[in-house]
Structures are given as structure tokens and as C-alpha cells.
Design a protein around this ligand. Structure first.
Ligand code: SF4
Length: 259
């Protein structure tokens, strides 16, 4: 990822620049029409204003992120970017034949960096939810871990057993979900203040946008046997993230590498 070009960032600035350009061009046309016909001027002014707003919000978002300055405007810009601007970037990225997964991975990395910088050492473990995809479980396992992860018999054939231990060790909630609907229900019931979500790029992207404005750190699962089947995840990475986010008094000796 670090050796890969920052396509998402490039598209972010390119799209912003195009919107500004469009805004200036239509604004200029509106000014030229104004002395002749106010109606024609208004027709040009409207797209100009819309494009200006569409370009201004990502700029606000970016500047606030960089400076750490938080205003009400940042919340609006953040919401706009997640709901509108980022999907636009993905759309144009795909038209330019840039892999959607690469763009999402880059976006998730930026998101994680931001969440960890802003919220490091802030949470009680009981307010943290580690959300796992059901496909981490071996497909022939008989234990229903989606209702309760502690039903895992700890046989060690898949990553689930490590999360049972992580949950016991740190006191964080760990749940496995079969899809977005169950994930949303779990979040509604537990009302966490922060989520560590393990998923593939498609699910992580929709999860980030569904759970906004809740801080979410995304960790990709590995699809060694194809999507949705016997996937795995680096539990040490999840543990490291837990340790970064929980208050220092709850941080104890790391243990995943011993499992
Ligand atoms: S570790 Fe747990 S969930 Fe995974 S296969 Fe074994 S019993 Fe099933």
C-alpha cells in the first residue's frame, strides 16, 4: 500500500479542482448574461453555486483534518464527504479503471490514521466493540458463534478463538455478524463509542458510511480461500488497535503472539 500511488488522494484533489473550474466557468457565464437577461444569469449561477459548495466542503474537510480544528462546519463537511464526495471519487476512479478495492483500502487507511490520532487512549473497554465477519469461522464448525462468540470451543482451527481470548483479556465486546443488518442491530443494542471492524473492503466501506459519526477503525480480513469462506485476520493487529484505543490503565501485556 505504501508503495502504491495515492490514487484516492489524487482523485480527491482532481475532483475538487474540476468542480472549482466548473464553478468559475459557469459563474463567469452568469456574469456575462446578467446585463442581458437575469433569467439566463440565474440558470448559469445555480450550477456555479452548487459546484462551489461541492468543492468547498472537501476543502473544509481536508483543512480541518490537517489542522485538527473542529467546527460544526467540519461535521457537515465530514458527512458530505462520506455520503456524497467519496462515492463520487469511487465512481470516477472506476471509470478511470482504478480498482475500487485499492481506493477503499487507501480511504480506510486515512480513516484509521485519523481515528487513532484523535481517539488514542480514550475509551473504556466496555464501550468498545470488535465486529467480526461470520466468514472468519471455519465453514464446517458446528458452534454458532454469531449469537455468542464464547460458544467457540477454542479448537484453534480459525481466528475466532483468538478473539474469545481478546474479549476476556481486555473486557471489550466481540461479536460476529452475518451481515449488515445483524451488525446494525448489534451496534444498536451495545451502543459502543468506538468500533474495530474486521471485514473485506466492500463491507468495510459500507460499514464506515453506515456507522458515521461513530469512530471506526477498519481492519481487512484475508480472503485466502476466496470471498466469504474461511477467511482469516491478523489478530495481533486487532489487539494492537485495542491497546491503542483503550485508556492506558486497561492496557496489559500483549498476548496474541503467544496463542
Ligand atoms: S476456533 Fe472456534 S469457531 Fe473456529 S473452528 Fe474452532 S470451535 Fe469453531
Amino acid at each position: 500500500m505504501s508503495s502504491q500511488k495515492p490514487y484516492f488522494k489524487i482523485l480527491f484533489f482532481l475532483l475538487t479542482a474540476l468542480l472549482l473550474l466548473f464553478s468559475f466557468a459557469t459563474g463567469y457565464a452568469a456574469m456575462r448574461f446578467a446585463p442581458v437577461s437575469m433569467k439566463a444569469a440565474a440558470v448559469w449561477a445555480m450550477p456555479s453555486l452548487l459546484a462551489a459548495a461541492m468543492a468547498a466542503l472537501p476543502i473544509v474537510f481536508y483543512l480541518c483534518l490537517k489542522s485538527g480544528f473542529r467546527t460544526f462546519l467540519f461535521q457537515i463537511a465530514n458527512r458530505y464527504c462520506i455520503r456524497v464526495f467519496f462515492p463520487l471519487i469511487l465512481f470516477f476512479g472506476e471509470r478511470l479503471r482504478i480498482e475500487r478495492d485499492l481506493l477503499i483500502q487507501e480511504l480506510v487507511q486515512y480513516n484509521n490514521k485519523y481515528v487513532l490520532r484523535k481517539h488514542a487512549g480514550s475509551f473504556e473497554p466496555q464501550r468498545m466493540l470488535v465486529l467480526l465477519p461470520h466468514c472468519l469461522q471455519m465453514r464446517d464448525c458446528d458452534y454458532r458463534v454469531t449469537t455468542d462468540i464464547s460458544r467457540c470451543a477454542l479448537c484453534g482451527r480459525c481466528s475466532i478463538h483468538k478473539f474469545v481470548e481478546l474479549s476476556r483479556k481486555y473486557g471489550v465486546h466481540v461479536q460476529a455478524a452475518t451481515g449488515g443488518t445483524l451488525a446494525r442491530r448489534i451496534i444498536q443494542e451495545l451502543r459502543p463509542r468506538v468500533i474495530i471492524a474486521v471485514a473485506c473492503s466492500r463491507d468495510l466501506y459500507s460499514g464506515l458510511s453506515d456507522t458515521f459519526p461513530l469512530p471506526v477503525v477498519g481492519i481487512f480480513n484475508e480472503l485466502r480461500h476466496g470471498p466469504c469462506v474461511d477467511t482469516s485476520v491478523d489478530a495481533a493487529k486487532v489487539e494492537e488497535t485495542i491497546r491503542e484505543l483503550i485508556k492506558p490503565e486497561y492496557v496489559t501485556k500483549s498476548f496474541v503472539q503467544d496463542l
